[in-house]
Design a binder for this molecule. Sequence first.
Ligand SMILES: *[C@@H]1O[C@H](CO)[C@@H](O)[C@H](O)[C@H]1NC(C)=O
Ligand SMILES: *[C@@H]1O[C@H](CO)[C@@H](O)[C@H](O)[C@H]1NC(C)=O
Ligand SMILES: *[C@@H]1O[C@H](CO)[C@@H](O)[C@H](O)[C@H]1NC(C)=O
Ligand SMILES: *[C@@H]1O[C@H](CO)[C@@H](O)[C@H](O)[C@H]1NC(C)=O
Ligand SMILES: *[C@@H]1O[C@H](CO)[C@@H](O)[C@H](O)[C@H]1NC(C)=O
Ligand SMILES: *[C@@H]1O[C@H](CO)[C@@H](O)[C@H](O)[C@H]1NC(C)=O
Ligand SMILES: *[C@@H]1O[C@H](CO)[C@@H](O)[C@H](O)[C@H]1NC(C)=O
Ligand SMILES: *[C@@H]1O[C@H](CO)[C@@H](O)[C@H](O)[C@H]1NC(C)=O
Ligand SMILES: *[C@@H]1O[C@H](CO)[C@@H](O)[C@H](O)[C@H]1NC(C)=O
Ligand SMILES: *[C@@H]1O[C@H](CO)[C@@H](O)[C@H](O)[C@H]1NC(C)=O
Ligand SMILES: [Zn+2]
Length: 747
Amino acid sequence: MVVLPLTTLALALLSSAFGQSDLFGDDKLDKIVPWDSLTGPVNPPHSQWPAGDGLSYSDLKDILSTTPNPDKAKEWSQFYTAGPHLAGQNLSQAVWTRDRWEEFGVKSEVVPYEVYINYPLDHRLALLKDGEVSFEATLEEDVLEEDPTSGLKDRVPTFHGYSASGNVTAQYVYCNFGTYTDFENLVAAGIELKGKIALVRYGSVFRGLKVKRAQELGMVGTIIYSDPGDDGLVTEVNGYKPYPEGPARNPSSVQRGSVQYLSQFPGDPTTPGYASKPGVPRKPANASTPSIPSLPISYAEAIPLLQALNGHGPNASSFPARWHKGGLEHKNVSYNIGPSPPSVTINLMNLQNYTITPIWNTIGIINGSLSDEVIVLGNHRDAWIAGGAGDPNSGSAALNEVIRSFGVALSKGWKPQRTIVFASWDGEEYGLVGSTEWVEDYLPWLKDSAVAYLNVDVGTRGTRFNANAAPLLNQAIYEVTKSIKSPNQTVEGSTVYDLWDKHIGTMGSGSDFTAFQDFAGIPSADFGFGKTGPLDPIYHYHSNYDSYAWMVKYGDPTFQYHVTAAKVWSLLAASLSEKAVVPFNATDYASSLERYLDSVKHMANSSGMSYRDKEEQDVSMFVDLDLAIEYLQRTAHSFDAHAAGLAAQATVAEGKHNPAATNRLFAEIRAVNTQYKMLERAFLFPKGLDGRSWFKHVVFAPGKWTGYAGDTYPGLVEAIQAGDKKALYRWAGIIEGVVWRAAGVIS
Ligand SMILES: *[C@@H]1O[C@H](CO)[C@@H](O)[C@H](O)[C@H]1NC(C)=O
Ligand SMILES: *[C@@H]1O[C@H](CO)[C@@H](O)[C@H](O)[C@H]1NC(C)=O
Ligand SMILES: *[C@@H]1O[C@H](CO)[C@@H](O)[C@H](O)[C@H]1NC(C)=O
Ligand SMILES: *[C@@H]1O[C@H](CO)[C@@H](O)[C@H](O)[C@H]1NC(C)=O
Ligand SMILES: *[C@@H]1O[C@H](CO)[C@@H](O)[C@H](O)[C@H]1NC(C)=O
Ligand SMILES: *[C@@H]1O[C@H](CO)[C@@H](O)[C@H](O)[C@H]1NC(C)=O
Ligand SMILES: *[C@@H]1O[C@H](CO)[C@@H](O)[C@H](O)[C@H]1NC(C)=O
Ligand SMILES: *[C@@H]1O[C@H](CO)[C@@H](O)[C@H](O)[C@H]1NC(C)=O
Ligand SMILES: *[C@@H]1O[C@H](CO)[C@@H](O)[C@H](O)[C@H]1NC(C)=O
Ligand SMILES: *[C@@H]1O[C@H](CO)[C@@H](O)[C@H](O)[C@H]1NC(C)=O
Ligand SMILES: [Zn+2]
């Protein structure tokens, strides 16, 4: 049996959380329906429950599938990508977004937080030979006539979010992707790292973790460049012209980005676990940000640095597998590791203005009949550059179309069954700041009320649908994508589902779902149209060339994929908000848990920490966990069947007038929905993961040393990686307890 104890502390937190926004109303506390009250009769929320107020579900779906319009999406894309909108630097876009949403008929406001953040003041990168400058980097991307925002006077310099100020001159070492293993390989080969600058290429792991490891090994700076060898087939070597003439990478393009330690905790580095409001106490930022300077550079400007390593130290091909050479051999780069000789050094200077400044989320809300069941939709608005036509504003354009569509339904008298909240986040790029602070701010309410969070970051940069989600949402995603026509009608009648590989990835990190999924235990999804294959035009991620001009020429010239992303989003939201029984599937969760455990067992086995104890013969450290998961599977199966039965009864009840029967059915459905709602929350472990306690979910977290990619059962995975058998037993026990608790929620 699930209980929702509203402790005095929770109540205090709750009232302070609601004090500052009139969107949610002052009487919000009254709206929270504790579990116990669900056992008594509850009146159906709709006048014609379960048909819905004002519009039938099928009329709503018609509106959501026919309203989004490519010309509108194009107009929104053009607006957001017309000028700089770095976190905390463009209030007018937040206000404009609020004004549009209000025009569409959705009550909205700008919600600020005061966060610790950096803006670039100055930088320098020079190669010195015998003290003389032999190469001075411009640290600029080329201004292209064909791409107007690449030449704006106030364009954003190339820099790293949360990078440290510093001015170092030192020898340097080529460190491949700068993964944990790459650095281990360097140490094993006896390469001197202390006091040196790391020259690493982008890719494989989150950039902040490259800097973190370099710093831990005593290195004094990090330079990260984009190697065309990681661009697949569409490269200059293969005869493709670079952007803007052709689809290959422009050699001057630079990937900006955050070097926060994303897998440690996201959000404002000085307020872990609580909201960054004016006057709150702040902690030192060094727990999640580097203290050595770093800069991102283009491959054009990496070439002289790499060439100067030719002949010095071992070459990359003589190192283990992941050290394959990059794509610059035709430029006389032999990928030697170095270190550079003492006479060859780099001067790396990075000057950042660290400040505490407001950022602005725009939040819209449509009150549903059930105020304690809430669906949240979010996309970030801030970008590293003036453009951002892919990341994130293809998602922003789609979100505006989603809200405009719901607005049309509202104008026809529709009221959703569940409350729907829309968010345009600021500060995502620095470290998911706007969404993390908001979740931390509204945590008690969200933990009580949130049913699901649906994130779209890069809504469109190609034609292939991709999705990551909590397993509870898998079936809902399949069902909705089956109902939406793809813009690709090579085979007539193809739906989004038909042209998709049907793979739903696990939740890692790297976008705004992180605080919802990993901190608050709210089942989340993240989707969009992305890379199709090795012959795609190169997407200039976090570069000036992720622009409107690129989008119109290569990304989505007709804006049909923007529109399709909007439809997937709104129809998924509608399915979650309108169906009498929340369309979750607990069986999928349980079977995913089994699958994830299989992969952990293999990992334990192949790392020599066999899950069969030698002394104990048949006794495995996962035996009890296996049993718990089996039990959860059986429980989930019968719970889903019960839920499906109620859903069928709700359909039959539709249009019939039998208040007594309807009331009873409604009460039963409320109970089931509350159980579904609380299931994901059961996977939170209050003490959090070892050494990174902000992360509370025992099943999903970003990999400690990968950042973007998700680890499943991070406690187990880290114990195995550390060779710590005691920790492995401890985490198997913790997870087992959590799985029993989850089974209890749906028993
Ligand atoms: C939503 O409902 C709350 C509580 O009834 C109310 O105070 C608030 O004004 C409503 N918000 C909107 C946008 O209708
Ligand atoms: C804010 O964004 C708008 C719209 O993209 C743009 O026109 C404007 O230049 C930006 N303002 C600032 C201060 O960067
Ligand atoms: C950075 O260090 C170099 C070499 O030590 C020095 O010449 C230069 O003036 C310094 N730059 C700044 C901005 O401090
Ligand atoms: C952060 O800095 C403080 C004070 O300078 C120091 O005591 C602490 O150990 C540092 N923490 C980390 C994680 O580096
Ligand atoms: C290639 O680089 C090496 C080392 O920097 C240099 O000595 C040589 O002249 C270069 N060759 C060409 C063809 O540029
Ligand atoms: C790389 O190093 C290996 C081993 O020292 C050597 O056999 C190989 O020729 C080198 N390759 C290049 C391109 O220098
Ligand atoms: C740093 O930022 C603060 C706050 O935004 C601003 O007032 C100050 O002028 C900036 N400093 C410099 C040197 O630009
Ligand atoms: C369109 O769909 C077909 C399969 O029906 C596929 O082969 C083709 O690659 C798709 N085109 C694009 C641009 O995605
Ligand atoms: C564990 O490893 C051993 C030896 O490598 C292998 O024979 C066995 O099949 C593995 N077991 C599992 C479950 O992976
Ligand atoms: C749940 O998902 C499984 C497939 O994983 C499917 O067989 C089952 O019918 C689904 N149940 C419901 C109620 O959707
Ligand atoms: Zn993004």
